[in-house]
Each structure stands twice: as structure tokens, then as C-alpha cells.
Ligand binder design. Structure first.
Ligand SMILES: NC(=O)c1ccc[n+]([C@@H]2O[C@H](COP(=O)([O-])OP(=O)(O)OC[C@H]3O[C@@H](n4cnc5c(N)ncnc54)[C@H](OP(=O)(O)O)[C@@H]3O)[C@@H](O)[C@H]2O)c1
Length: 256
């Protein structure tokens, strides 16, 4: 929990946490983690039914204030209006939504490529532009964006998703550079494999695969420490260092 000091008294500051893509497995774990530490929640996702259920569950279980706001990342033209309608603005925003998609289909069907790009990149830029402006004006706040190790280097098996996440990583880096001057913190999260709805049925290697709960606890601690960018799990940092440094003349011959 964030600790604030005013005069000689230190106290735990209760934050309001806006989760974009609140029905995702990672977001539910994050919501549980923040609520159990006394923070209030704003749950934003496409399914109003699901966020109403989550809202009631979290507020009863943890005695916090929870609000539900139906939200579609692809509804770009309404993002400014949508955010303006939230009466109490958040202190922390965690952008979780994303779409892995079907890479094979994306290579020959534009609609699938477009959905992957829009759900991981364009939608994120659209809503974060609005939130960044508000945080910059208020000169406070934290923005956490969930990108992916897939954005560190394009691979034959998922370069459409990977390139959208690479765009998001670069966007968050630029946003961090801009907002740091206004006292706003931006953190990039690059999960490796995480066992969620998105990866259901995929053969994930256990030693490098995290649970949503582990992701939530790592994000919670890293945001408190104002980290700029983290890998989930830490083992992914050396793995990606190696992958990024493989010379292109070798890399292009690999089947990754
Ligand atoms: N799982 C992994 O191994 C892994 C690895 C690296 C990065 N990530 C990233 O981690 C984040 C969370 O994913 P997850 O693994 O927790 O998967 P998940 O449970 O499938 O969550 C993805 C969420 O994104 C939401 N979403 C998709 N399109 C949306 C839209 N247009 N508007 C609003 N919400 C939308 C989905 O909402 P609905 O419930 O309405 O479908 C879903 O709740 C994603 O950004 C993903 O790319 C995951």
C-alpha cells in the first residue's frame, strides 16, 4: 500500500484503482489483491453483467467501494466521454485488456489482424491518451500497462500480436518520459506465460509460467516501488536478453 507522509504522521493512503479489461483472469487477481489491501475499485469491461457480479463480490468480501463501468476498448470515439463520466477519477489505472487471436488466420485474413492490432494497441492508445491528459493536469497518478515479451522481438509464430505489443511497449515508454515531468508514474509489465483464459489449452512450460495471482502480487509490489518496466517472472529478463541478442542471420533461420 502506498504510504504518504503529512507532517509527522505517516498513514496508508487508500487509492482508487481503475482496471481496464476487468474480467480478465489477471485483472480479477489484481482486483482481489488491491481490494484485500483496502483499496477501492473501478471495474471496466465489456460484460456489464460480469463486472456487476465482481463489484458486488469485492465490496461485500473486502468492505471497499467498488464501481462497475461498461467499457469497450474498440469504442474509440466514446473514450473521452466515457472517462469524463466517471465521477471520482482513479489514482491508479491498470490497462489489462488484450487479444491473442489466431496468428495463422491473421496472416491471411485482415479482419483478424485488425482485431489483434486494435485490441492490443489502438484501443490502448485511445483510452490512455485521455487518462494521461487528466493525470498530467492533476499532476499525480500511476498508469500500469500490460504489454508482453512477444513485443521484444518479432517471431514467426505470433508477429501480428507481437508487433501490436511492441507498439504498446514503445507507447508506454514515451508516455513515461512525458508524464514523469508532471509527477505521474508509468510502468510497463511484460508477462511471459501466464495461465489464463487466453492461454487455455496451450502447452506452457511450468518453470516459466506464472499464475494470475503471482502476476498480481508482482505488479502490486513493483508499482509501489515505482519500477519502470518489469518482466513476469524475473527469469524472463535473461531469456529475453538472449533472444534479443541473437544475430539476425541466425535468428531468421530459427523456427520460433
Ligand atoms: N496469458 C498470457 O500468457 C499473457 C502473456 C503476455 C501478455 N498477456 C497480456 O495480459 C493481458 C491479460 O490477459 P489474460 O492472460 O488475463 O487473458 P484474458 O483472461 O483472456 O483477458 C483478456 C481480456 O481482455 C478483454 N478484452 C479483449 N478485447 C476487449 C475490448 N475490445 N474491450 C474491452 N476488453 C477487451 C477480454 O474481455 P472479455 O472478457 O469481454 O472477452 C478479457 O477480459 C492481455 O493484455 C494479454 O495480452 C498475457
Amino acid at each position: 500500500m502506498e504510504i504518504s507522509t503529512i507532517g509527522p504522521v505517516s498513514y496508508y493512503k487508500t487509492m482508487t484503482v481503475l482496471l481496464l479489461g476487468a474480467t480478465s483472469n489477471m485483472a480479477v487477481a489484481l482486483a482481489r489483491h488491491y481490494a484485500s489491501n483496502g483499496h477501492n475499485l473501478q471495474l471496466a469491461a465489456r460484460s456489464s453483467k460480469e463486472i456487476e457480479i465482481l463489484k458486488n463480490d469485492f465490496s461485500i468480501r473486502y468492505g471497499i467501494t467498488a464501481e462497475a463501468y461498461p467499457f469497450d476498448a474498440l469504442d474509440y470515439h466514446n473514450h473521452a466521454q466515457w472517462y469524463a463520466a466517471i465521477p471520482n477519477k482513479p489514482d491508479l489505472v491498470i490497462l489489462v485488456f488484450g487479444y491473442l487471436g489466431d496468428h495463422e488466420r491473421a496472416t491471411h485474413q485482415w479482419e483478424e489482424s485488425q482485431k489483434i492490432i486494435a485490441s492490443n494497441y489502438t484501443g490502448a492508445v485511445s483510452i490512455l491518451n485521455v487518462i494521461a491528459h487528466d493525470f498530467e493536469q492533476r499532476k499525480k497518478g500511476t498508469i500500469v500497462g500490460i504489454s508482453s515479451v512477444a513485443g521484444d522481438r518479432g517471431r514467426m509464430s505470433n508477429y501480428v500480436y507481437g508487433s501490436a505489443k511492441a507498439g504498446l511497449t514503445a507507447y508506454l515508454s514515451g508516455l513515461r518520459n512525458r508524464l514523469t515531468h508532471a509527477g505521474v508514474h508509468v510502468m510497463t509489465v511484460k508477462p511471459g506465460f501466464v495461465r489464463t483464459k487466453m492461454t487455455e489449452g496451450l502447452p506452457l512450460p511450468a518453470p516459466v509460467t506464472a499464475t494470475p495471482e503471482k502476476v498480481a502480487s508482482l505488479i502490486y509490489k513493483a508499482a509501489q516501488k515505482k519500477k519502470n518496466s518489469i518482466y513476469v517472472l524475473p527469469i524472463w529478463a535473461p531469456i529475453m536478453l538472449i533472444i534479443k541478442n541473437i544475430p539476425e542471420f541466425i535468428f531468421k533461420k530459427l523456427k520460433l
